[in-house]
Design a protein around this ligand. Structure first.
Ligand SMILES: Cc1cc2nc3c(=O)[nH]c(=O)nc-3n(C[C@H](O)[C@H](O)[C@H](O)COP(=O)(O)OP(=O)(O)OC[C@H]3O[C@@H](n4cnc5c(N)ncnc54)[C@H](O)[C@@H]3O)c2cc1C
Length: 188
């Protein structure tokens, strides 16, 4: 099937830009995080008793809560930078990749910590019995996929290191070669 030229997005030869815009849109959406976050963990800490007293009074729990509060605020203000750029008609920069690198591991670590805090009950994923209907357990199972889908942690680190921090680029011998001229695209 041929796609008519009237359906083309962007200029000829600029297809990669269109693909990158689509990928960045997905990264931004995933980078917003989902499910349980800092405020739910704070509630769990207030509702949970550890061997040495209420979890909210435990210095290890408080330190973790403080870390995730800072990360949550950082994500919020990075998102505002993106929204500001969009509201001015600008294309958000590679710094938007930061959101997913931070939020993916945060979802996983926060859920894991919440399950630890629940003691032996943490291994149970039960809508009736588990705190917040097993939301932390559900998140822990799904969070690993967030670190792969829409660009893995490693790929996003490459983007931030090369395009935001200006570190030396990965060696790419085919960077300037059009896709249809790549050795793997040529028919023998
Ligand atoms: C929950 C989930 C949902 C998904 N949904 C969709 C979807 O809706 N649509 C879709 O098209 N795809 C989807 N995917 C696929 C996803 O986009 C790919 O799995 C992802 O982009 C990684 O590609 P890959 O699996 O080919 O891994 P590879 O690219 O083969 O990477 C393998 C490993 O090598 C590392 N690696 C690769 N290249 C480099 C490099 N240059 N530098 C450093 N490390 C590197 C990666 O980080 C990874 O750890 C989904 C995946 C998951 C887990």
């Amino acid at each position: 099937m041929r796609v008519p030229d009237s359906q083309r997005l962007g200029d000829v030869g600029e297809g990669w830009k269109v693909s990158l815009t689509t990928l960045m849109n997905e990264r931004l959406a995933i980078g917003q995080g989902a499910g349980v976050d800092y405020s739910e963990l704070l509630k769990l800490a207030r509702d949970t008793d550890l061997e040495n007293g209420p979890a909210i009074k435990d210095s290890n729990v408080r330190e973790k809560l403080a870390d995730w509060y800072v990360q949550t605020q950082g994500l919020k203000y990075t998102k505002f930078r993106t929204l500001t750029a969009l509201s001015k008609g600008q294309v958000p920069g590679a710094e938007s990749s930061i959101g997913k690198i931070v939020s993916g591991p945060k979802m996983q670590d926060l859920a894991s910590f919440a399950m630890d805090m629940q003691g032996q009950g943490g291994i149970m994923q039960d809508v009736e019995e588990s705190p917040m209907a097993g939301a932390f357990q559900n998140q822990w199972i799904g969070a690993a996929g967030y670190r792969i889908a829409g660009g893995t942690d490693e790929i996003l680190r490459n983007i931030v290191s090369e395009q935001v921090l200006g570190l030396p680029q990965d060696i790419r011998v085919d960077k300037t070669v059009p896709f249809n001229e790549l050795a793997s695209s040529k028919k023998s």
